[in-house]
Design a protein around this ligand. Structure first.
Ligand SMILES: C=C(CC[C@@H](C)[C@H]1CC[C@H]2C3=CC[C@H]4[C@H](C)[C@@H](O)CC[C@]4(C)[C@H]3CC[C@]12C)C(C)C
Ligand SMILES: C[S@@+](CC[C@H](N)C(=O)[O-])C[C@H]1O[C@@H](n2cnc3c(N)ncnc32)[C@H](O)[C@@H]1O
Length: 365
């Protein structure tokens, strides 16, 4: 073969490889978001790096951050920035449900996710005619599963406008837009009438609130008397030791990579719920045996992370993805290691479940 032919063949093969890697392989874990579609929410490309730097300096020292009222007030705005930065990467590498689930023997991650979501609908005894509230709804993966499973209407609230648009578009595509509605707002001051929901749930979302009382009190206000609320909380467990540097490092790593103003200890949750008026119907850590580990999905994804990291670098070089995406991706990679340590040591759970009930009108007098 002539040298020129060889060079052409190599160039075409190289381009084909890049195409396959970025456009095909880069289509990630769940069909939908592709590597080439990675945006940083509503942040313009030239601001991504700055926004990431601001985010990082705010959440670097989470406990101190939450300590002052002035800092606590800023948390929702930084959480909004966080979701502008990570929403597309989450959808690309994880899917439309932004939470963990216990692994199920012989079943796919997608099945395990759906089962974990449908459990909420069943606990709430959700049925057609009910209006449910999804507190911190993300791009609506759980909302669609719960609406489809129960026949209820679901209203979701998220602080992030970009997620509102993504969720509405997914709802339309799934043919569930008549059952699912999405609102942009702060779950610590919700734009809903008192006693206007038949039930509510939050999946791995209220951990972003500096004070859990603020969000629980809002949920209490908008629920009808007698209504149920189910929440999957991120907590440190009874195994966590504040005097063990390895534990502290893992928990701080989780906080700074996940926009958390300070993780709560599991034993705070029920007392906060009672403080705002709820009755505690059930409290259980769904991560404990016999459940299979929720973190295996994170651990198994090593090849995918490596591939994703390469895709993100290539896309940034080609100026298809904005500068700063590489740093955000690295931050997620790092937090994935801390989450895995948290799971393996048992010092952290992302699914400490509480089932709460707003007392019926005659009980609260
Ligand atoms: C509840 C929250 C989010 C929980 C999870 C959905 C996300 C926590 C960490 C995320 C990820 C970590 C590594 C990423 C990887 C480097 C990338 O290539 C593909 C996406 C990841 C797997 C990403 C996916 C979502 C998480 C698992 C918090 C924020 C309260
Ligand atoms: C990890 S995601 C979980 C999303 C969804 N529950 C799911 O499982 O797919 C956390 C969600 O909480 C929302 N959130 C965080 N703080 C909020 C606030 N103050 N008000 C409203 N939503 C908030 C985020 O915007 C995001 O949608």
């Amino acid at each position: 073969m002539e040298a020129a032919t060889m060079a052409w063949t190599a160039a075409v093969a190289g381009l084909g490889l890049v195409y396959w890697f970025v456009w095909v392989m880069g289509a990630a874990e769940v069909k939908g978001k592709r590597g080439v579609d990675l945006k940083m929410g509503s942040i313009t490309d030239d601001k991504v790096k700055d926004k990431y730097t601001q985010y990082w300096s705010f959440f670097r020292a989470p406990k101190e951050t939450a300590a002052t009222a002035a800092s606590a007030e800023k948390v929702p705005a930084f959480v909004d920035t966080f979701y502008n930065l990570v929403t597309d990467i989450y959808e690309w590498g994880w899917g439309q449900s932004f939470h963990f689930s216990p692994a199920l023997p012989g079943r796919s991650d997608r099945d395990a996710t759906r089962v974990h979501e449908e459990r909420v609908a069943d606990l709430l005894k959700a049925k057609p005619g009910h209006r449910l509230l999804d507190v911190g709804c993300g791009v609506g993966g759980p909302m669609r599963a719960i609406a489809a499973h129960s026949g209820s209407k679901v209203v979701g609230i998220t602080i992030n406008e970009y997620q509102v648009n993504r969720a509405r578009s997914h709802n339309r595509k799934a043919g569930l837009d008549s059952q699912c509605e999405v609102v942009c707002g702060n779950f610590m001051a919700m734009p809903f009438d008192d006693a206007s929901f038949d039930a509510a749930y939050s999946i791995e979302a209220t951990c972003h609130a500096p004070k859990l009382q603020d969000v629980y009190a809002e949920v209490f206000r908008v629920l009808k008397p007698g209504a149920l609320y189910v929440s999957y909380e991120w907590v440190t467990t009874a195994l966590y030791r504040a005097d063990d540097p390895a534990h502290v490092e893992a928990i701080h790593g989780i906080e700074r990579g996940d926009a958390l103003p300070g993780l709560r200890h599991y034993d705070e949750i029920a007392s906060i719920a009672k403080e705002v008026g709820f009755e505690v119907v059930q409290e259980i850590d769904l991560a404990l045996p016999p459940s299979l580990p929720w973190w295996t999905r994170l651990k198994m994804g090593r090849f995918a992370y490596w591939r994703n990291s390469l895709v993100v670098r290539v896309l940034t070089l080609l100026r298809i993805a904005p500068k700063g995406v590489v740093e955000v991706h690295e931050m997620l990679f790092e937090t994935a290691q801390h989450l895995t340590v948290g799971g393996e040591t048992g010092i952290f759970s992302p699914m400490h479940m509480v089932v709460l009930r707003k007392p019926a009108a005659d009980e609260s007098k």
